[in-house]
Design a protein around this ligand. Structure first.
Ligand code: R5P
Length: 307
């Protein structure tokens, strides 16, 4: 087996390689002055299973293009089976037509990945639970929830009856129900979030499912944190309704623009994310804790190759 990393998250790729008692095989990735990339596979990969680790986080387009070129380079070099580990799958939120005339970006990127001959995709906490079912390429949808469960147990100690799990929007209800089951049916509730499709602005309207009565601690869980506005808005709403202590968990730390400052300044006590997306030093903040998904990915790679 040969393991390759795109440029988007080498530290995660290195951890996965270490878990597999392996190392990253080199790639020559040259960037031309106009931004185009030239990718060359250096090692011999004929009849080797090849794993490519490349979350397609911002800069999304550039990381996707690089991934396509790596996959193409491997195929042309005679690789046996190619598995793409894309812990964060960019462009997945547009998974259907919301308004007439729109493109379905998820389908476009899946088609393009399919054209590279990739055998399987390993992803993490997809925005919609249905995405893996829609994909024409076999897709393993892993979740960071088991890792979150361990952290949540540490936070809440014995005060289980005072705690409520929160989905900050109705799209996350299935996820919060699964988490509740993993935590002995802990109470959960979901907030009705609305987004203005033209401006992108969001508002938190109401608690639509479950209730937060008599709860002191809330744990908000989301798939991704981009601007951080969803979490901050949800936290404010919960505080206004009497919750005393609020924690947030989000699998993918996209942290666009001033998200880090927004979250640090918020009433949220601590923000837990995973290393599915690399967080550069200038986006780190005191309340942030990063949990690694490397072991889960390594285990899945072993299982995939042993079938
Ligand atoms: C959207 O529905 C997702 O589940 C997240 O809630 C959203 O992408 C988070 O974005 P932001 O941090 O910009 O509010």
């Amino acid at each position: 087996m040969k393991i390759f990393s795109g440029s988007s998250n080498k530290p995660l790729a290195e951890k996965i390689a270490e878990e597999l008692n392996n190392h990253l095989s080199p790639l020559d990735i040259f960037i031309f002055p106009d931004g185009e990339k030239r990718v060359r596979v250096i090692d011999r990969v004929v009849d080797e299973n090849c794993i490519v680790i490349a979350p397609t986080a911002p800069p999304v387009d550039s990381n996707y293009m690089e991934l396509f070129l790596i996959l193409d380079g491997l195929k042309r070099s005679g690789a046996k089976e190619i598995i793409a580990v894309i812990p964060y799958l960019g462009y997945q939120r547009q998974d259907h037509i919301f308004r007439d005339g729109e493109a379905v970006s998820l389908e476009v990127v899946i088609n393009m990945l399919g054209a590279t001959g990739v055998k399987k995709i390993i992803c993490f906490d997809l925005h919609s639970m249905h995405t893996s079912e829609l994909s024409k390429i076999p897709m393993k949808h892993l979740s960071a929830l088991p890792i979150f469960v361990e952290e949540i147990k540490k936070i809440i100690g014995l005060s289980i009856n005072d705690v409520v799990l929160i989905s900050p929007d109705m799209g996350g209800v299935r996820r919060i129900k699964i988490l509740s089951e993993l935590l002995n049916n802990m109470s959960y509730a979901a907030i009705e979030k609305n987004r203005d499709l033209a401006s992108g602005e969001i508002s938190a309207e109401n608690i639509l499912e479950g209730n937060i009565n008599n709860k002191k601690q809330a744990i908000i869980v989301d798939d991704m944190i981009s601007s951080g506005k969803t979490l901050v808005l949800a936290a404010q709403m919960l505080k206004d309704k009497g919750i005393e202590e609020i924690y947030a968990f989000g699998t993918h730390p996209i942290f666009s623009n001033d998200a880090s400052e927004r979250l640090q300044a918020s009433i949220i006590k601590k923000v837990f994310v995973t290393d599915s997306v690399y967080v550069p030093k200038d986006k780190m903040f005191d309340k942030l804790e990063i949990l690694s998904i490397s072991k889960l990915i390594a285990r899945e790679i072993v299982e995939t190759l042993s079938v």
